[in-house]
Design a protein around this ligand. Sequence first.
Ligand code: COA
Ligand code: ZN
Length: 311
Amino acid sequence: MNGEYMVIQEVSPRDGLQIEPVWLPTDDKVALIDALSGAGFSRIEAGSFVSPEAVPALRDGEDVFARMRRRPGVIYVALVPNLKGAQRAMKAGADELNLVMSVSQSHNRANMRMDCEQSLAAFADIARHAGSRVRLNGSVATAFGCPFEGPIHEDRVVALVDRYLAMGITGITLADTTGMAQPRQVARLVRRVRARLPASALTLHFHNTRGLGLVNVLAGYEAGAQRFDAALGGLGGCPFAPGASGNICTEDLVNMCAEMGIATGIDLPRLIALSRGLPALLGHDVPGQVAKSGRNCDLHAMPEEWTRQAA
Ligand code: COA
Ligand code: ZN
């Protein structure tokens, strides 16, 4: 091992399930989260505390947080849009609040029903209310492009990061909400943001909408990012963005890292087994590829007959 390390934050219980049309019972959500913590994740976004009308699929956040088995050392994150969400999440025992707004005015209005300045005012209230009782992360959604407004100037993204940092929000996520990022743009933005904060405080969040998810991860990693969001099976998407589709797929990412000699601490065979259960759980196929193909080494191990035939 060359000492390289990537932190993967699993977001399927939140980003993955928020867009599922069929209700997944609380016990199934809890079982998923517990299986994920058992597979080695150190960070899991376990739910969101938003309006139950906006995202009915995640309306059981309190019950999920109460019933999941908290594995020591795992940081359980909750997405929140406003002070009410933050209060609910803190009462439920979230370790970290992920404060989400879009840098694009149009997407923030569609998703959060607020102007950007209203979201920022809400985050300032949350920061005051939370003090040092909980970790705070600020997400910049549509950081690489907006489905309504098109390209987003990098200066706007950096300016929003500065606003977050000034409020005492110490973690930053750059989110490619609808998969509009390309690798050179990712590298440029990561370098600019990394000049403001350490790698341990930055997360990149990609969707694979246009097939560039893992390329963007690698570009971000090589430019100095070390933490990435991903969802089991490649589930996920924003219900308030036209054309949204899944997050980058966790087992595909873990597999890429394993092949490249980048440690993740995640048990890949366990993850693949878990992902293979998703179609039965959710009633549809999922986009991830490694759960279908198996790992390279599974392939080497499999065909004894092939080697016999070839001999
Ligand atoms: N949790 C639960 N209920 C909430 C809430 C929260 N975080 N925030 C507001 N509400 C309730 C209010 O209490 C109010 O209830 P009432 O009608 O019974 O009095 C109702 O929702 C409307 O409140 P308001 O502040 O006017 O909210 P809104 O309708 O303008 O919606 C948001 C604003 C932010 C709450 C809503 O757009 C939202 O939850 N968006 C999140 C979308 C999301 O999760 N997208 C995917 C992740 S990026
Ligand atoms: Zn997302």
